[in-house]
Design a protein around this ligand. Structure first.
Ligand SMILES: CO[C@@H]1O[C@H](CNc2nc3cc4c(=O)[nH]c(N)nc4cc3[nH]2)[C@@H](O)[C@H]1O
Length: 376
């Protein structure tokens, strides 16, 4: 994988770039739709490509390992062949899901023992087998096996958790660098900065991660319930230390406003379940602000959902129609709202890229942060 920097903004730390992978190029800043269990929920691959203009999507090691399982994925020739998404894929390592989803888990130096949330079966993730699992899934970008330090937590817990993540990272690197991809294209491993909300730990973790000299770096342990101001403070502290010639991925972030603020702090890659999860509950992100489509006020609003972002679903369907589908619990509601929200997120980061190139990102960002946060 190769990353070439494009233009650096003069008023903020925002920058454009291009990530070159064996499954295609990615223009940054970029938002990555979450496709947890081999699917971006309610959305076809064609819609992802043509309507949403997604450039890279996520998969999840924890979920894919449990179902459909490695045997099926290997027989299919990897995840790209299995779900038909032939552009880049990034998989999270399970370092978050094991702590947030799995039943009873036990963290040891060796790894994490856990029970499947599906059938209660017992499993163990170690840095080594999580690398092997992600080799089999075949994502272009894979994440190190880490502990996403819970928030809030005591300083001592945060330090021990960060140090465990660093020891696990060394084992991930040793395993990854001594194994090959299984499907004839290259994969790359991103390490993950931890340190919770403690400045000295964040600095220490960012310096260690930077010293590993990998092709990209991720910022973890955020978007876990901390106040937004704290997320921004930790993000800025870390991006000032991570190398500027490598892509920076802020995991699990976030709202449209969070994404714009963190682009201004020098982050290049984002993922979040919000556009798809909130879509299924009738919460729409639009270029004019946030809409709760269930609200009575939309029942006879026959205007399109959001023609400004220029995709089929947001232009063809009216708010009144989508409200009807949503309160009627029609399947099509989830499809239209998910496509719309994801198209909005891709439109927003695309606009950010254009304004960085045009040299007016700072002013545009401040205006848009207010606009996208307005409750309509
Ligand atoms: C704002 O949405 C809520 O918050 C979650 C996103 N927040 C988040 N923070 C993360 C941190 C890590 C990490 O430190 N390590 C690894 N490996 N993966 C991670 C994944 C993460 N996702 C959504 O699931 C949703 O519940």
């Amino acid at each position: 994988m190769k990353f070439t920097l494009g233009k650096k903004d003069t008023q903020t730390k925002a920058r454009t770039g291009t990530l070159i992978t064996d499954h295609g190029d990615i223009q940054t800043p970029i938002f990555m739709p979450v496709g947890t269990a081999a699917t971006v929920k309610a959305v076809h691959q064609r819609e992802l490509k043509d309507d949403i203009k997604a450039q890279i999507i996520l998969g999840n090691t924890y979920h894919l390992y449990l179902r459909p399982g490695l045997d099926i994925l290997e027989k299919a020739g990897g995840l790209h062949k299995f779900n038909g998404w032939d552009r880049p894929i990034l998989t999270d390592s399970g370092g978050y899901q094991v702590f947030s989803l799995a039943g009873t888990r036990k963290i040891k130096e060796e790894g994490v023992m856990f029970k499947s949330h599906i059938d209660g079966s017992k499993h163990e993730f170690t840095p080594e087998n999580v690398m092997d699992i992600q080799r089999t899934i075949g994502a272009d970008i894979i994440m190190a096996f880490d502990e996403c330090t819970p928030y809030p937590c005591e300083y001592g817990y945060a330090r021990n958790s960060m140090e465990l993540t660093h020891r696990w990272l060394k084992r991930c690197i040793n395993r990854f660098d001594t194994t090959e991809g299984k499907y004839g294209y290259s994969q790359t491993l991103f390490p993950i900065v931890q340190g919770s909300v403690y400045k000295d730990l964040r600095k220490q973790s960012a310096e260690f991660i930077a010293s590993c000299d990998r092709e990209g770096n991720a910022i973890g342990g955020l978007s876990v319930g901390e106040p937004a101001e704290m997320m921004y403070e930790m993000t800025e502290l870390v991006t000032d230390i991570l190398p500027s010639d490598k892509p920076r991925y802020l995991m699990g972030v976030g709202t449209p406003a969070n994404i714009l603020e963190c682009i201004a702090l020098g982050v290049d890659m984002f993922d979040c379940v919000m556009p798809t999860r909130n879509a299924r509950n009738g919460m729409l992100f639009t270029s004019e602000g946030i809409i709760n489509i269930r609200n009575e006020k939309w029942k006879d609003d026959f205007n399109p959902i959001d023609p400004a972002i220029g995709n089929y679903a947001s232009t063809f369907y009216s708010k009144a129609y989508l409200r009807h589908l949503t309160i009627s619990k029609e399947i099509l509601a989830a499809q239209i709202a998910s496509i719309h929200n994801l198209a909005f997120y891709l439109w927003l980061v695309g606009q950010a890229r254009e304004h960085i190139l045009a040299g007016d990102f700072g002013v545009w960002k401040d205006h848009m942060v207010k606009k996208v946060s307005t409750r309509l």
